[in-house]
Design a protein around this ligand. Structure first.
Ligand SMILES: Cc1cc2nc3c(=O)[nH]c(=O)nc-3n(C[C@H](O)[C@H](O)[C@H](O)COP(=O)(O)OP(=O)(O)OC[C@H]3O[C@@H](n4cnc5c(N)ncnc54)[C@H](O)[C@@H]3O)c2cc1C
Length: 418
């Protein structure tokens, strides 16, 4: 039997690897000139840095952990996000420990199901943040940073949406594996390369259409390929825009896709000559009225060189999406110098731009108000005996993650083989 996989991200490569192992003849067709999709380990100032996904969120019970262990790769665990977190409030300076603790406590304590029970199914993260600080009777700076944490760190960065748009009940379907957050030494490229090992992959070939009748015909600008089965593993936004023409059309899938949303998380990577920051610079939150560059994480122990990464949602700060990347890098450095005035100039800087990447148009999917996790389930359902789907946006329990993509690929391959 011959199968085609469209998209060489973790979802597509996992599906292809499993089918290939089971003896199918498999061709992977990828639009980019590289494989890995939204995982992308790149060289920044001579060291490997993950510009897309970097952590295995919750390695205990995480399906990716078995891959890592079987391959024998080394990995380092950063623990939970709150560990060693320092908070800087613009205009005030470093917040006292009890204020930083209230942010950490909020991150551990805020529960989507509890907020939904209090506010109903249509609650946004903005409403939930307001409810939470009232319910927990927080005041002063503790109230301000707790609210900032729910709106701009949980909704704005972790979910990657705008707090007035992201649905608390919809996103509560995410299942958080325990065990902190781990990074594979050398980056996610090791997983990608291992999944791709031995596969036939055609890169630089955007798929234009998929005919799925008695036979599958997948067409690209370079020609058409015939097969018995096809797994389509492209991002949500590709389905939303109708960038691949399905024949017969898939109105149910189009409707489900149109209800869901794509997040926008970006990184600015700074590589320095010296590890100049003090211990409290390992994880910093910058609280400001315009929400620019709120999270900073020391990645030096992963890259092997002094490296700080700013995480931000460009849509959270008015006017930021219109600014060129070099200007954003300067703004981010300004934030860093505000927090750590002895900060020298970096030796290398790299900004991501997933939002304008035409093969991603954002970072990962989430459930906005008006959609439900069932929309993600619909997008993961086989359309026929010949057409199957994978991608992080098809797994409501782990949407927005590499392990979600991996699970979806395994599920699609199992369905094809069944
Ligand atoms: C900045 C950032 C940080 C992140 N951090 C983390 C993290 O720390 N941990 C975590 O678990 N997850 C993280 N994620 C999310 C994670 O990277 C993604 O959920 C996951 O990689 C998605 O995999 P996928 O295979 O579903 O999609 P993709 O990786 O996007 O793969 C889809 C592939 O389809 C290709 N394609 C698109 N259109 C076509 C076409 N017409 N024809 C052929 N090919 C096409 C694309 O080029 C792409 O290669 C992060 C993402 C970003 C952007």
């Amino acid at each position: 039997m011959r199968a085609i996989v469209v998209g060489a991200g973790v979802a597509g490569l996992t599906a292809a690897r499993d089918m290939h192992r089971a003896g199918l003849e498999v061709l992977v067709i990828e639009a980019r000139d590289r494989i890995g999709g939204r995982t992308w380990t790149a060289d920044v100032g001579g060291v490997p840095v993950d510009l897309g996904g970097s952590w295995i969120h919750g390695p205990f019970g995480n399906p990716l952990s078995a891959e890592v262990e079987a391959a024998g790769w080394d990995w380092k665990n950063d623990g939970s996000w709150g560990m060693g977190l320092s908070v800087f409030i613009e205009g005030q300076g470093w917040a006292p420990a009890h204020v930083a603790s209230s942010l950490v406590a909020t991150q551990a304590d805020f529960d989507g199901d509890e907020a939904t029970a209090a506010l109903g199914d249509d609650a946004s993260y903005s409403a939930a943040a307001e409810w939470y600080v009232e319910d927990r009777r927080l005041s002063g700076d503790a109230r301000r940073v707790a609210r900032f944490g729910i709106e701009w760190l949980e909704a704005g960065l972790n979910i990657g949406g705008l707090p007035e748009v992201a649905s608390v009940s919809g996103c509560a379907c995410y299942h958080l594996h325990p065990g902190g957050n781990a990074v594979i030494s050398g980056g996610y490229i090791r997983l990608v390369d291992s999944l791709a090992d031995g596969l036939e992959i055609q890169t630089g070939s955007p798929v234009l259409s998929v005919e799925h009748g008695a036979e599958v015909i997948v067409s690209t600008e370079r020609g058409s390929h015939r097969a018995d089965r096809v797994v389509v593993a492209v991002p949500l936004t590709i389905i939303q825009r109708g960038a691949i023409l399905f024949d017969p059309p898939l109105p149910r899938y189009q409707l489900a896709a149109s209800r869901l949303a794509m997040a926008s998380l970006e990184k600015v990577v700074f590589r320095f000559d010296d590890h100049f920051w003090p211990d409290h610079g390992r994880r910093m939150t910058f609280v400001s009225d315009d929400r620019r560059f709120p999270t900073w994480i020391d990645m030096s122990h992963h890259t092997g060189a002094p490296t700080l990464v700013a995480f931000y949602n460009p849509k959270a700060t008015p006017g930021l999406t219109d600014r060129p990347l070099d200007e954003r890098a300067r703004m981010a450095l300004g934030v860093l110098k505000t927090m750590l005035p002895r900060c020298p100039d970096p030796v290398a800087v790299r900004c991501t731009d997933w939002l304008n990447d035409q093969l991603a148009l954002g970072s990962y999917s989430y459930v906005p108000i008006g959609a439900t996790p069932n929309d993600m389930r619909t997008l993961g359902t086989p359309a026929s005996n010949a057409l199957f789907f994978a991608g992080e946006h098809t797994v409501p329990e782990s949407f927005g993650t590499v392990h979600g993509a991996y699970v979806s690929g395994r599920r699609a391959a199992a369905a094809v083989l069944a």
